[in-house]
Design a protein around this ligand. Structure first.
Ligand code: HEC
Length: 150
């Protein structure tokens, strides 16, 4: 009898501990969360001026003093059509890993050794902000409210 008790106790213990803590595994994460640049463009601007403007130009138009020597020339970050053609992930990776790692010009150096994650995000956010400022504060906003489909 004692033996039977011990066995059933062991069985109970087994069932309790063998039971998975949760009945259902959580649903698979929503299809690969899209990479988004989350930095602070104002902070990024400071670093950009310091590290990037020689080639990219202060406003990222690809016209910095050193750009004359570059082939290919850096893209114009203020060009909305170009900006729309590249992803946040590409922009971020170009800055972090450099041109060579992304099949582009090695003249675009990797910056991961000089900028930490937050700073990389900040400069990336500044790069992104340049194409968004295509409509300056002074631009008449009123008649742009209802965009017509073309
Ligand atoms: C020595 C010059 C030089 C410096 C300094 C430089 N870049 Fe570049 N960068 C380039 C060149 C050249 C390219 C174009 C590479 C190509 O298209 O093959 C480029 C490409 C890029 C791109 C990809 C743009 C696109 O839309 O294709 C980003 C983003 C970028 N640079 C950001 C930065 C940032 C941010 C810094 C400063 C932290 C920086 N670069 C510093 C030369 C430079």
């Amino acid at each position: 009898m004692k033996k039977l008790l011990a066995v059933s106790a062991a069985l109970v213990a087994l069932t309790v501990f063998a039971a998975p803590p949760k009945a259902k595994a959580p649903e698979a994460a929503p299809a690969a969360a899209k990479f988004t640049i989350t930095g602070d463009p104002a902070k990024g601007q400071v670093k950009f001026k310091e590290l990037c403007s020689a080639c990219h130009g202060e406003l990222g138009k690809g016209d910095g003093p050193a750009s004359a020597a570059l082939t290919p020339k850096p893209a114009n970050f203020a060009d909305a059509a170009h900006a729309a053609s590249v992803t946040d992930e590409y922009i971020y990776n170009m800055i972090k890993e450099g041109g060579a790692a992304n099949g582009k010009s090695a003249m675009m150096a990797p910056w991961k050794a000089s900028l930490n994650e937050a700073q990389l995000m900040d400069v990336a956010a500044y790069v992104r902000s340049l194409s968004k400022s295509a409509a300056p504060a002074a631009a008449p906003a009123a008649d742009k409210k209802a965009p017509t489909k073309k």
